[in-house]
Write a protein of this length. Structure first.
Lengths: 312, 397, 250
């Protein structure tokens, strides 16, 4: 069953084109990730789907209701967690939760099973003011408040931004469990490593979807030669890698550097590269042929517009 | 309804937890009343006066000595002509002139009454009123002494005041008694520059208008915009609650605070400043409620126009408070303003409210005399509410 | 390894308490000149509090700290002259133009008009933003904003630059460009003290410290930390340490 459908949505603010025609569908019980940097257009999609703003053109529907004409219906069945912390800082954890429950004409007790797992983390602090919670706790509370009315669709706009890696992992584990309740979940994130946790993802840049697919398929369709390289002097290594012919993109990636080769390079000779690098004075060279990550895919698709500027 | 109640409860939480703001809101009217009521208008000393004594008899010279001895007055000059008086006023050398009529003493003896004219500089209404009051009390004292003298010594039937030099026996020696046994000095008061003479407690209606506007307009608009600024409005909009009830629920706590302040001001006025509620209390409250609605709807309108709390504060401050203070008649009488400002003041709700409160509370007139003000305020409420409903959006943009 | 003469940050049992809550609990560490020092920790572990003390913005409850040779307790003014600071939240004035921001911060640090003008050209050229000089900062994409903010933070050539989550929300390409700027800065001898939630960025640091419940529970090169914790990546090291936390919430 299709829960969210979006058809060629466009939206401009003054002269800035925030969305240049975006289409996708999300099914019930699916975890759909929109992956991209700040300013790519993620929040605009969320705001259109939560009926907060109107699209300039195109159509979108949530659970069959049109976002423009039937917005009242949509507001009854969706849960929304905006990009920044949007609870009342001067109310306690419990007061916030109760308030959001009555907002949707329900009570905490009625739907407690929905939030039980998440709320168990918060229970010891239920009388603490929301403003005094740590980042990870705030985010859990916000999720509870978005879930308390048992929504059919959950919109989470950058729920993990600024949250430490451990809290982020907890959060994704919670989303996985929620999905099993049959809720369609749309989540956006700037953290590429979170993409793999989604059923399907859309890579967004400059108001357009670069790809929409399962993370596995996106990696499978990469179709480029990619290697990881490390040596004892990583900084000069990067500069030297960029002098290799046919190396289209070179960038650091954790403890190694990644090199993506130009189209048409099917199978490069690793030992030849190793020789080249040792000629240039590198020691402890390690070169591996690797599987690309979503981040590699994103950077290739996005085109690395200004990547090599420092080599001028 | 349950939603609405929980909204209002939440709103009260916000206000009650912000102790500092709450304290300011509740204490402010008290301070304003005290400032206006005491610091500004009482305890005036050294009122500079001149005296025009056309009679030059022993009663007038006795009274002149009373002025000289009084701690509130300093007699700057004894003048002989009206022209001199005008000159002194123009040079701002005196605050008041006491003019005794011709044959002052004789009039008292023969008719039992005499006239004295008090001409005060009305451009400073507080000082002028005090001066007139103090001067009147000197005349009252004199009358009282004569009366006591009559009761105490009935045998003294008729004599003109003698021995003006003997102050020690003042009560007996200075007396002008008629056959009827009573004496009346009739002061006629003339205010220069401000002939209609504003009442000293003019500021009570003014403070009421100011405080109500401050709380209803400024605080409401800030409270609504705060939700926009903190991003909570986004979450509220994406819920089944009608946006309008969000807004209305935000105004309720301020409505309550406004009433608390209204009562505080009235109580302070009555019991501390001695300004009575001369007219109907229920009409006073009814008109205040109407004004509160006008102010609240103005606050709602502002909240739909701005995006940040700072902008809300500035807009309500500049658009409402400044004209409210300057053009409402609180500080300067509207009728003395240039026509262009008089025209602008037509659109200042506080002007009509203050005027209505004056009519009912101070002058004690019936509601019929404030009908014009009530109709204007009703019209304003209708316009502001319609405009803010029109402007209010169910979405973010 | 550490050359004593080259130390630009040194803390000794540095502690900050708020009431009975110890936000920073006796931390001792040193950072060398030109080093890229990663300062990691979960939300609420005490990073921000520690960083505020090092920048001379708040006084320690006990312990000592020296930054650029100055005592953080008594010489906050001198410290602020010798450091640069940039955070994710505030770094530039959004309603000023690119060049106006540069001029402003140059002026704040007492640079002469001529010097500012000259350096502005170099800086804009290096960033590839010469065309954008007249643009309002708020119209720039986040990645560019952050690169500009970083350049401004080191415009007065401080001894140390503090970066508080400088790359949050920045796209992967711009994030890497940002780190290349960090490398160049460190090569010039400026020490870079950086916090981040991206664990791949932890790998780019010369040394990394990980705070748990106000203490520094690990401090070493990324490589050795991974060996010690027998972990594949810094992410696993971080997770292993952060899970030992007993502090539930700030």
């Amino acid at each position: 069953m299709v829960s969210v459908s979006v058809e060629n949505i466009k939206k401009s603010y003054n002269k800035t084109r925030a969305l240049r025609g975006v289409s996708f569908e999300v099914s019930q019980g699916e975890l759909f990730g929109i992956i991209g940097a700040d300013g790519a257009g993620k929040s605009t999609i969320f705001r259109i789907l939560t009926t907060l703003i109107l699209p300039d053109s195109g159509r979108a529907a949530v659970e069959g209701y049109d976002v423009v004409s039937e917005y009242v219906k949509i507001r009854e069945i969706v849960g929304y967690m905006p990009g920044r912390f949007s609870l009342y800082q001067d109310l306690s954890v419990e007061e916030n939760l109760k308030f959001f429950a009555t907002l949707f004409n329900t009570s905490v007790n009625e739907n407690y099973d929905m939030i039980k797992d998440i709320y168990s983390y918060l229970k010891p602090f239920k009388s603490r003011k929301a403003g005094a919670l740590s980042g990870g706790m705030k985010q859990k509370l916000a999720l509870c408040c978005a879930l308390i009315h048992r929504p059919k669709v959950l919109f989470l706009d950058e729920p993990t931004t600024g949250v430490d890696p451990v809290s982020r992992k907890d959060f994704w584990a919670m989303l996985k469990r929620l999905k099993e309740e049959g809720i369609a979940i749309l989540v956006s994130t700037p953290y590429m490593d979170e993409a793999a946790l989604c059923d399907r993802i859309a890579l967004i840049d400059g108001g357009m979807f670069l790809r929409t697919d399962t993370p596995e398929n996106i990696v499978k369709n990469f179709r480029r030669e990619i290697i990881s390289v490390s040596s004892s002097d990583m900084h000069s290594l990067l500069k030297d890698l960029r002098t290799i012919d046919q190396a289209q993109n070179c960038y650091s990636f954790g403890e190694t550097h990644h090199v993506i080769f130009s189209e048409g390079v099917n199978y490069c000779d690793l030992s030849q590269i190793a020789d080249y690098l040792s000629q240039r004075g590198h020691n402890d060279i390690e070169i591996k042929r690797i599987e690309p990550t979503i981040e590699d895919c994103y950077m290739l698709l996005e085109g690395g517009r200004h990547l090599n500027k420092y080599d001028k | 309804m349950r939603q609405f109640a929980s909204f209002v409860r939440k709103e009260f939480c916000h206000i009650l937890r912000d102790k500092r703001t709450l304290l300011i809101l509740l204490v402010m009217p008290v301070i304003q009343i005290i400032l206006f009521g005491f610091a500004i208008s009482t305890d005036i000393r050294n009122i500079k006066i001149a005296i025009l004594d056309s009679s030059q008899d022993n009663v007038t010279s006795y009274l002149i000595r009373q002025f000289e001895a009084n701690k509130y007055f300093s007699v700057e000059k004894l003048v002989t002509s009206q022209r001199e008086i005008d000159e002194l006023f123009r040079q701002n050398k005196i605050d008041m002139v006491v003019v005794f009529e011709n044959n002052f003493s004789r009039n008292i003896v023969h008719d039992g009454k005499a006239s004295v004219q008090l001409i005060a500089d009305g451009s400073n209404p507080n000082t002028a009123t005090m001066a007139v009051n103090y001067a009147s009390s000197i005349f009252m004292d004199y009358q009282l002494k004569i009366a006591q003298n009559m009761n105490g010594a009935a045998s003294v039937s008729q004599f003109a005041a003698e021995s003006t030099t003997s102050d020690i026996g003042g009560t007996t020696s200075v007396a002008a008694v008629t056959s009827s046994g009573t004496v009346t000095i009739i002061p006629t008061v003339k205010m220069l520059y401000n002939p209609q003479m504003k009442a000293a407690y003019n500021f009570v209606p003014g403070v009421m208008g100011l405080i109500l506007m401050l709380i209803c307009t400024m605080m409401t608009s800030i409270a609504i915009v705060r939700e926009k600024e903190h991003g909570t409005m986004e979450v509220l909009l994406v819920s089944p609650v009608k946006p309008l009830s969000i807004i209305i629920s935000k105004t309720i706590p301020y409505l309550v605070i406004s009433f608390i302040n209204l009562i505080t001001i009235i109580l302070l006025a009555v019991f501390v400043l001695g300004v009575p509620v001369s007219g109907s209390m229920s009409w006073l409250l009814a008109i205040s409620t109407l004004f509160i609605f006008v102010s609240l709807s103005m606050g709602m309108l502002i909240s739909t126009l701005v995006k940040t709390q700072a902008a809300a504060m500035l807009t309500s401050g500049l658009v409402m408070m400044m004209p409210g203070m300057l053009l409402s008649g609180l500080m300067f009488p509207v009728e003395n303003m240039p026509w262009i400002l008089q025209f602008v003041s037509i659109f200042v709700p506080a002007r009509w409210y203050i005027s209505a409160v004056k009519t009912i509370m101070i002058e004690g007139s019936g509601i019929a005399f404030a009908a014009k003000e009530v109709y204007i305020l009703l019209a304003m409420a209708a316009v502001f509410i319609t405009a803010s409903l029109k402007r209010f959006k169910n979405r973010l943009e | 390894m550490i050359n004593r003469d080259n130390i630009v940050i040194r803390t000794d049992q540095l502690t900050k308490s708020f009431g009975d809550f110890t936000a920073v609990d006796h931390i001792s560490f040193s950072v060398e000149k030109g080093e890229i020092f990663g300062f990691l920790g979960a939300n609420g572990a005490g990073k921000t509090t520690a960083m505020r003390m090092l920048c001379g913005l708040s006084k320690p409850t006990s312990g000592e700290g020296f930054v650029a040779g100055y005592n953080i307790r008594t010489q906050a003014r001198q410290i602020r002259k010798n450091i640069g600071y940039m955070s994710q939240k505030f770094s530039l004035y959004e309603d000023l133009k690119v060049w106006e921001n540069i001029r402003l911060f140059g002026g704040i640090y007492g640079l002469k008009e001529d010097a500012i003008r000259e350096k502005t050209e170099v800086l804009l050229d290096k960033l590839g933003m010469t065309q954008q000089r007249e643009r309002l900062v708020k119209t720039l994409p986040l990645g560019w904003k952050q690169k500009l903010a970083f350049s401004v933070a080191i415009f007065h050539e401080p001894k140390i630059v503090f970066l508080d989550e400088p790359t949050g929300g920045v796209d992967p390409t711009a994030r890497r460009e940002f780190w290349e700027m960090i490398y160049d800065t460190a090569d010039k001898g400026i020490t870079v003290f950086v916090t981040t939630h991206y664990m791949d960025e932890a790998e780019y640091c010369d040394r990394v410290s990980i705070m748990v419940d106000g203490r520094i529970d690990a401090l070493d090169t990324p490589r050795r930390l991974k060996q010690t914790f027998k972990a594949e990546s810094m992410d696993s090291v971080f997770t292993a340490l952060a899970e030992t936390s007993t502090r539930q919430s700030e």
